[in-house]
Design a protein around this ligand. Structure first.
Ligand SMILES: C[S@@+](CC[C@H](N)C(=O)[O-])C[C@H]1O[C@@H](n2cnc3c(N)ncnc32)[C@H](O)[C@@H]1O
Length: 307
């Protein structure tokens, strides 16, 4: 079986004798290429995976072209649903740039899928440019029946285009590993104010309403305690909702593109445990400070990681 990126190296931890992760262990921060790190973790170990990858990184050294995914031996990759190879070829013919990006992302999504527990959920955070290709690709990887939601995170800041509708949203695609057993707790989610509170009872207005699949939420405020200084930091409020709905206290939450550690911060505040992976020394330093963790280093990190 041929998987793009599979030959990128085996995991050799700083402490080879000890397992990298234990179900009863502490929160984990790994300084590594996430493909190497995820391959070092056992099957079905986490409840929730949130991925916020950089787009169009311009890095060719970590990508594989469609050559390997055209290999008929690699057609199914153990997933339910339609042929991965066929879908990736179709995607590549639509858009070479996405095909290249997919060559980077696909092996990481395959690992994320392997690491999910049977009742677990994956959130893939993308911008409007690649979300539609990714939907098709994830349908092929997980199976269409595993698609749960397309979340729109809408914000409003910065300059606005005059030649088209200003693009002020990100898309988060949500897939469950098993549509029959996945876990989702809507009651646990932070509520939001009604748009027209005068139309509901005062009790309802005071309680707030359940968020829908469109989340109006500010970006990380440019000043204030939440800001870490990491350029692509996502708001804690967005990650809180994800963690609240799709994991329970004590569960393990994985973020392979951890950045400033927002997922781990939300997980800790909500009594979950976290595995954060990033290959950027800057990101790792921010997470160490933010969460009081000491990173474990695996393999060679890439110095000029794009964000
Ligand atoms: C968009 S940022 C994530 C931001 C994060 N969600 C937050 O709230 O701060 C993407 C991160 O992925 C990391 N990254 C990119 N490629 C990676 C790889 N192959 N392995 C590990 N980390 C990677 C970058 O260093 C960057 O920190």
């Amino acid at each position: 079986m041929s998987i793009p990126g599979q030959s990128e190296g085996a995991a050799h931890g700083a402490h080879d004798a000890e397992p990298l992760w234990r179900p009863d262990g502490p929160d984990l921060l790994i300084h590594a290429d996430n493909l190497v790190a995820m391959r070092a973790l056992p099957d079905a170990s986490v409840q929730l995976v949130y991925l916020d990858p950089p787009f169009n990184t311009g890095r060719t050294q970590h990508r594989r072209t469609t050559r390997s995914v055209r290999d008929p031996e690699g057609a199914h990759l153990g997933f339910t649903g339609t042929s991965y190879t066929r879908t990736v070829e179709a995607l590549s013919s639509y858009d070479d740039a996405f095909g290249d990006y997919w060559g980077f992302l696909a092996p990481r999504l395959i690992e994320a899928h392997r690491l999910l527990r049977d009742d677990g959920t994956l959130y893939l955070h993308l911008d409007w440019r690649e979300a539609h290709y990714a939907k098709v690709a994830l349908d092929a990887l997980f199976g269409r029946e595993c698609f749960l939601n397309e979340l729109i995170w809408a914000y409003d800041y910065g300059a606005k285009a005059r030649s088209r509708w200003p693009t002020k949203h990100d898309t988060i695609l949500v897939y469950v590993k098993n549509p029959a057993t996945y876990s989702f707790d809507s009651e646990a989610v932070d509520r939001e104010p009604y748009m027209a509170p005068g139309l509901v009872t005062p009790e309802k207005a005071a309680r707030g309403k359940l968020p829908t699949d469109v989340w109006w939420h500010t970006i990380v405020p440019t000043s204030g305690a939440e800001k870490t200084g990491y350029p692509t930091q996502k708001p804690l409020g967005v990650l809180r909702r994800i963690v609240q709905a799709s994991s329970r206290e004590g569960d393990w939450v994985l973020d392979p593109f951890a950045g400033s550690g927002t997922t781990a911060a939300a997980a800790r505040a909500l009594g979950r445990r976290s595995i954060s992976i990033d290959e950027s020394p800057d990101a790792v330093a921010v997470i160490e400070r933010r969460l009081g963790l000491v990173a474990q280093r695996l393999g060679a990190a890439h110095p000029e990681t794009p964000r």
